[in-house]
Structures are given as structure tokens and as C-alpha cells.
Design a protein around this ligand. Structure first.
Ligand code: DGJ
Length: 487
């Protein structure tokens, strides 16, 4: 087959009607003799209602209890906000004349992104903090443990920088273990020619395991690059990006999909590999252009009912295609729909919340950061609607650049229904191996908006908010079962 304050509101045409009942007063007519018994009935009814209400208040239902525990957890997550804003990040030279190295773009104004990409900038360490600030589980004092520091180097349990770029995470419930797959970019960064995009030869897909999402053990390269056979998709001279893994309950296989390309990105294909264990070597099955279309940035998504989908940028990145995967997840079916046509989006990351589908995407600006957008749909196959920029807090430069990063995955937190982790890459094109991870809480605060003014309609979407934090951590005990779940 193969070769802190949410603002984003989802005001939308697709709205759910609020049922508005115009109550009419109903006159009870009775004679004098029946008045007494009628009032007795009303009083006893009222007493019953009061009793039931008191019972409900004093003995909260299971679902209420879980809900309030989750609320507590989320609140404690927000208490971990510290220095939400780092003023040092504000680009003071905004507006200064920009001189590109070639001298060609003289008239253009200096932007925060120029500053970010300038490796000689004195402010480089604001975007790429020095290595002595690395998050290192082996060397972290107890009080600093489990803190995420978006943008700092992040080390594994052997003290080596984590190499899992453009990655995604799968949670294996039986062993309560997370597996993080991503690109190993621990090689030399170079350009094929002066105007080419920066690249690192394919090393392979790395896998890391963790129980707490903070301490990561390197499980090694589960899909290595090919050093000898130049015609192989995975030959080191090619491109392997954005690997994602899902588990197939029927075949009991872990199935990996990835963007496969040649060095000038004209092959524009997807590759598939399978393994019987999350950490065992994956067997590469081959690549193809799905539905006969070019395919670059991509992701896969497994729905609650087991149906899996691929989402890929196509038609020269001008639109997304969403297709169903076959039952074994090793191929696409014929079902494919176009989404966000003409919007030029890439880096799709899909998640589901209260029966609706959401996606975060980036614009298409190579390794340079740009503004994220959140989208939503009632069905994976669309239609998809754009909600707006979900990035909150920090300063404007942060919000407009996805915190100087590009999304790659949204991880639902097991046991915390409204809470997700947004995973993004802060690319360093000059030294791709030193690209950093920006993980931030993504919350769904619904409903999305006030009722629309005239017609009592509510948007059906929840607000999607990704808050900037200089440092944050998950609430203590978030990964142990809630007391009433174990009973
Ligand atoms: C942006 C994509 O999202 C990345 O995965 C990578 O392909 C770069 N472009 C290459 O410039």
C-alpha cells in the first residue's frame, strides 16, 4: 500500500438555542370547602421540596463531588502562577530600523520576532535561558520539584537535554505511564543553500516515559534514521517531523504517523510505523500522499469511539485536510474533508471537550513563531470554525507569537476533565537541537459567552485559554486517583 482571565469567546453562527418559556399564570378555581385541603396539599408539597433540597445539599452526588474536587485542583494550579509577566521580554527596540543580514530589507521596522531570531541579540537568554537554569529532575531541590519552566532547557533522568521536538504524548492507562514521542534533533543544524530552511539530518524518533509528566526517562530511539540506503524515506538526508502515536485496541498495536519529506519539502507525504509495545522499535511501513494530496505538518487524533483521523496541511499549506483512518489505523480511508480553506494554517493539535472538537493551529512562517488560532467543530470532519487567539497573559509580544513557540499537541489530563496541557516548541533555527519546550495549562471555561443580545442564543463552544506562566506546576496528587473514584 505504501511507498488568568479568559477572554476568547466563541461567538459563532452555530449556536444552541436557549429554551425560553413564557409562563402564563394559571388560575386555580376552587370552592370554599376545598380551599383547606388544597392549602394542606400545597404546604406538604413545599415541605417535601424543602426536604429533598436539604438532602441534595447535604449529600452531594458523586458527580458533584468529582466536579468540585476538579475545581479545587484547577484553582491550586492557578495558585502556582508566579511572575506571569516577565517585563524583560518586551521588545523595546520595536520600530527601530531593521537591517537584514543581506541589507535588502532596509525600510522594514524591527519586530519582536527579528529580536527573537537574532542569535547575537543581547536578549537571547530571555528566549533561550542559559543552560545552568535547566530543569533537571536529578538536581532539583524538593521545593522546586515538578515546576514547569516554559522555555528553559529540560533534562531527562540521565541529565541529558530532552530531544522530543514536534512531539506528542500517549497515556497508557494500565501502567499509568505517559510516553512522549518526538524528533531527535541532536545533530548539526545547517542549510542546504543560503535561502534554504534550517535542518538537522534525520536521527530518528525518540521515546521518553514518565508517571508525572515532569520526570522523563529516555527509552531510546524507537524509529531510527537510515544511514545507508539513500532511497529509503528515513535516509538521514530526508525530513521526519511531528511524529504522533495512537494505540489500536483491536490490533493491539501502537501506530505512529509522521510527516515524511525530502530536504526541499517537495515529497510532502505521511509515513506510518507500528510496534507492539510503546517502547519497542517501530517497524516502518512506508509513506504516501494521503488522498493523493501533498501533506506537510500533520497530526492524528483518536476519538472516544475508536475512530481515528489524520489532519494535514495541504494544497501548499493553504488548507487543512481531515481524513478518517482505516480500522487498523495504518492507512487513510476515502473519507476526507477540507477545512480552513485559504487560511494557511499548520501545526494542528486536536482535542475533544464535552463532545465537541477543538484544534489549535499556527500560521506558516517556517521556524519563526506566529499567532496561534483555536478552532472548533461539532464533528471531526467539520465544518470547522475559527474562534480566535487562545494565548493569554504575558505581554502582547507573547500573545501574538504563541509565547515565541509553535504548538504540537494538546494533552488531556487524566482525571481532570476541563484541563489540558498545551505543548509547543520554541524553535531555535540556528541550533535546532537547542529548541525548547513550552508547556502551558490550557483550560476550557464554558459556556463561551453571554447570550447573544436579541435572540437568547448561546454559542455552543467553550472558551479556549492558554495562559502564560513563567513557572507553574500541576496540583499535588493530580495523578493519583480521586478518593471517590477508587471506591
Ligand atoms: C514549520 C513546521 O511546523 C515545522 O514542523 C517545520 O516543518 C518547519 N516549518 C520547517 O521550516
Amino acid at each position: 500500500m505504501f511507498s488568568s482571565i479568559p477572554v476568547l469567546s466563541g461567538r459563532t453562527k452555530a449556536t444552541r438555542k436557549m429554551v425560553h418559556k413564557h409562563g402564563k399564570s394559571t388560575a386555580l378555581s376552587c370552592n370554599a370547602g376545598s380551599r383547606c385541603s388544597l392549602s394542606a396539599i400545597i404546604w406538604s408539597l413545599a415541605a417535601w421540596i424543602l426536604l429533598i433540597h436539604a438532602y441534595n445539599t447535604l449529600t452531594p452526588s458523586n458527580s458533584n463531588r468529582v466536579e468540585s474536587q476538579v475545581q479545587q485542583y484547577r484553582l491550586s494550579m492557578y495558585r502556582e502562577h508566579e511572575d506571569i509577566e516577565d517585563r524583560g521580554f518586551e521588545v523595546k527596540q520595536r520600530g527601530k530600523k531593521f537591517v537584514s543580514p543581506s541589507g535588502k530589507q532596509r525600510g522594514r521596522r524591527h519586530t519582536p520576532i527579528d529580536d527573537f531570531l537574532d542569535v547575537t541579540s543581547q536578549r537571547r537568554s530571555l528566549y533561550f535561558p542559559e543552560k545552568n537554569l535547566a530543569v533537571n529532575p536529578l538536581k532539583t531541590e524538593d521545593s522546586r520539584k515538578y515546576y514547569f519552566y516554559p522555555g528553559r532547557e529540560w533534562r531527562d533522568t540521565e541529565s541529558r537535554p530532552i530531544q522530543a521536538h514536534g512531539g506528542g504524548i500517549i497515556y497508557v492507562e494500565e501502567t499509568q505511564t505517559f510516553y512522549w514521542y518526538g524528533e531527535n534533533k541532536d545533530g548539526r543544524s545547517y542549510r542546504m543553500h543560503r535561502k534554504g530552511t534550517a535542518r538537522v539530518d534525520i536521527i530518528g524518533v525518540n521515546c521518553y516515559s514518565s508517571k508525572d509528566l515532569w520526570t522523563w526517562k529516555n527509552e531510546g530511539i524507537v524509529l531510527p534514521g537510515e544511514k545507508v540506503n539513500k532511497t529509503h524515506d528515513l535516509h538521514v538526508s530526508n525530513v521526519l517531523e511531528r511524529p504522533k502515536v495512537i494505540y489500536n485496541n483491536h490490533t493491539k498495536q501502537y501506530v505512529m504517523w509522521m510527516h515524511i519529506d525530502n530536504a526541499n519539502y517537495s515529497k510532502a507525504s505521511v509515513g506510518v510505523a507500528v510496534s507492539s509495545s510503546p517502547t519497542a522499535p517501530f517497524q516502518y511501513l512506508g509513506s504516501k500522499q494521503p488522498h493523493g494530496f501533498d501533506s506537510r505538518d500533520m497530526t492524528i487524533f483518536k476519538d472516544d469511539n475508536g475512530q481515528a483521523y489524520i489532519v494535514y496541511s495541504s494544497e501548499d499549506n493553504s488548507e487543512l485536510h481531515i481524513g478518517q483512518l482505516t480500522e487498523d489505523y495504518k492507512d487513510v480511508t476515502k473519507v476526507m474533508r477540507r477545512a480552513l480553506v485559504g487560511e494557511h494554517r499548520e501545526a494542528p493539535a486536536v482535542f475533544k471537550h464535552r463532545g465537541l472538537y477543538y484544534m489549535i493551529t499556527s500560521g506558516c512562517t517556517g521556524w519563526a513563531p506566529n499567532t496561534a488560532l483555536a478552532h472548533s467543530a461539532e464533528s471531526m470532519l467539520g465544518p470547522w470554525e475559527t474562534l480566535g487567539n487562545p494565548c493569554m497573559g504575558g505581554n502582547e509580544d507573547f500573545r501574538r507569537t504563541t509565547f515565541f513557540a509553535q504548538g504540537t499537541f494538546v494533552l488531556p489530563l487524566p482525571g481532570m476533565p476541563d484541563t489540558f496541557i498545551f505543548m509547543a516548541d520554541r524553535w531555535s533555527p540556528a541550533e535546532l537541537r537547542d529548541s525548547r519546550y513550552v508547556w502551558l495549562p490550557l483550560t476550557m471555561d464554558g459556556p463561551a459567552d453571554e447570550p447573544l443580545e436579541d435572540d437568547f442564543e448561546f454559542p455552543i463552544w467553550s472558551r479556549v485559554s492558554i495562559y502564560w506562566h513563567k513557572q507553574w506546576k500541576l496540583p499535588e496528587g493530580w495523578n493519583s486517583p480521586l478518593p471517590n473514584q477508587s471506591s
